[in-house]
Design a protein around this ligand. Structure first.
Ligand code: SAM
Length: 437
């Protein structure tokens, strides 16, 4: 190396295969050589090889190392060694801290934690209402009765949505995750909502996180048949999450159990979860009555249901930024369904506006506009007439894409509008109208 050439400096997190509860966070100027030296260490069996979990380049490795020691001193196994406790949540905290450090240059490698057994895409039969034009009799009844509750949210979908909002909304708040948001000692036994808020507890400056486990359902998180309440209040160095749980007598963990309701009404500031689709309306009514802030995932059809329409009409509720089409099923396989975020936090500059095609009526292609038996205009594919003065009917998609923020309003509190064509009930829609200036 030329004397003028500056040597690169790296931070790494390395782990021995047989010791998943620990990791070493170290510094080096040669990642390859360092890993080799770990694997050549005398006394270490071949099966117990070392691998990098994370590597990145930094400007001043000693400074970053010093700051890591200071920040995570409670997670060090021995005071004189850079061995830290490891679980997926802690690992996320270490990585976030390094990436946010002002000496951080770039990430080189991060080991992805992929749920095992993700082998195939299971197509769900959840109807896409708009495209299929399902009759009203079919829609909600079938959807509500179906045993479609076992859709587990992926961490990345939660992160993607939450990162869209101003971080300050979480400051000093008590977050309540109340639909089987179990907390176990590793990621497979923890709902992604719980994982997200545990990992980001300090960054979001949360006051409290309360998660409840539903004891009556499928025990996908291996948390047993008893309902419990998990509470993390402020800074916590407790690693065994079991110590933060209480199992009240006769507590089911249901969102409508008296204990859950008491938490909701007396402690929670923000509710954040993915409630069971089949109980989405019961859940909604309880949530709305509580007057709490919320960010939840539910069925894409909800904006055209009786329960949701009045709140959309009065601008008290909005679709969140993203749809959620991919979930995990109880076998931890990727599965598809039609979910969307809903919130009563103000949604700004929605990227989905671009899906709306607001143009003069005569420019809307014929196949996407028609009139029903009552001579009400029905528009599809998110075409919106910009020059039409009368009420017209749109599908849930237009609401999800933010048409109500673009100068249109729902015209009444009717449950929804059922279009009839040639005497037959055809489509469930909602009637909107351009707001007169
Ligand atoms: C759509 S899944 C979501 C689970 C978890 N919140 C997530 O996002 O991964 C809904 C969960 O709620 C559970 N559940 C069903 N009825 C419930 C109730 N009354 N109270 C609380 N949870 C319930 C189901 O068993 C299921 O695990």
């Amino acid at each position: 190396m030329k004397s003028t050439e500056k040597e690169k400096q790296y931070i790494y997190i390395v782990q021995a295969l047989l010791e998943p509860s620990k990791c070493k966070i170290g510094i080096t100027k040669n990642l390859e050589k360092r890993l080799k030296s770990y694997n050549n260490m005398t006394g270490v069996s071949k099966e117990n090889s070392y691998e990098y979990l994370y590597t990145c380049e930094v400007k001043d490795m000693k400074q970053v190392e010093k700051d890591i020691k200071q920040k995570f001193y409670k997670y060090r196994e021995y005071k004189d060694k850079e061995i830290y406790f490891h679980n997926p949540l802690l690992f996320g905290d270490y990585v976030d801290f390094i990436k946010e450090h002002n000496m951080f240059i770039e990430e080189i490698f991060i080991k992805k934690v992929v749920p095992k057994q993700i082998t195939k895409i299971v197509k769900k039969t959840t109807p896409t209402l708009e495209e299929r034009g399902i009759t009203p009799k079919d829609i909600m009844q079938t959807a509500q009765k179906a045993d479609d509750d076992e859709f587990y949210t992926r961490y990345e979908d939660i992160e993607k949505e939450i990162e869209m909002y101003d971080k300050r909304i979480w400051k000093d708040k008590c977050v309540f995750c109340n639909c089987d948001d179990a907390v176990g000692n590793d990621e497979r036994n923890t709902s992604a909502f719980a994982s997200y808020f545990l990992r980001n507890f300090d960054r979001l400056k949360l006051k409290t996180l309360i998660c409840t486990h539903y004891g009556d359902g499928l025990d996908i998180f291996h948390q047993g048949g008893k309902g419990y309440v998990f509470t993390r209040y402020g800074f916590s160095d407790i690693e065994d999450y079991e110590k933060l749980k209480v199992y009240p007598k006769k507590y089911t963990g249901s969102f409508d159990d008296p204990i859950s309701l008491k938490i909701l009404n007396e402690e929670a500031d923000i509710v954040c979860t993915n409630p069971p689709f089949s109980k989405s309306i019961e859940y909604w009514n309880i949530l709305i009555e509580s007057k709490k802030k919320f960010l939840i995932i539910s069925n894409i059809a909800n904006p055209i249901t009786k329960a949701y329409i009045p709140y959309f009409k009065n601008n008290q509720v909005w679709a969140g930024y993203h749809s959620v089409d991919v979930f995990l099923n109880p076998k931890w396989e990727i599965t598809e369904s039609a979910g969307h975020w809903y919130t009563n936090f103000r949604v700004k500059d929605r990227p989905k506006y671009k899906n709306l095609k607001i143009i003069p009526l005569k420019k809307i292609p014929e196949k996407y506009k028609r009139y029903d038996d009552k001579k009400i205009l029905l528009v599809d594919k998110c075409y919106i007439p910009s020059d039409y003065k009368k009420p017209f009917a749109v599908s849930n998609r237009s609401i999800l894409n933010g048409v109500l923020e673009k100068g249109y309003e729902i015209i009444d509190n009717n449950p929804s509008y059922i279009a009839q064509i040639n005497g037959k009930e055809k489509f469930r829609r909602v009637l909107i109208q351009k707001i007169e200036k």
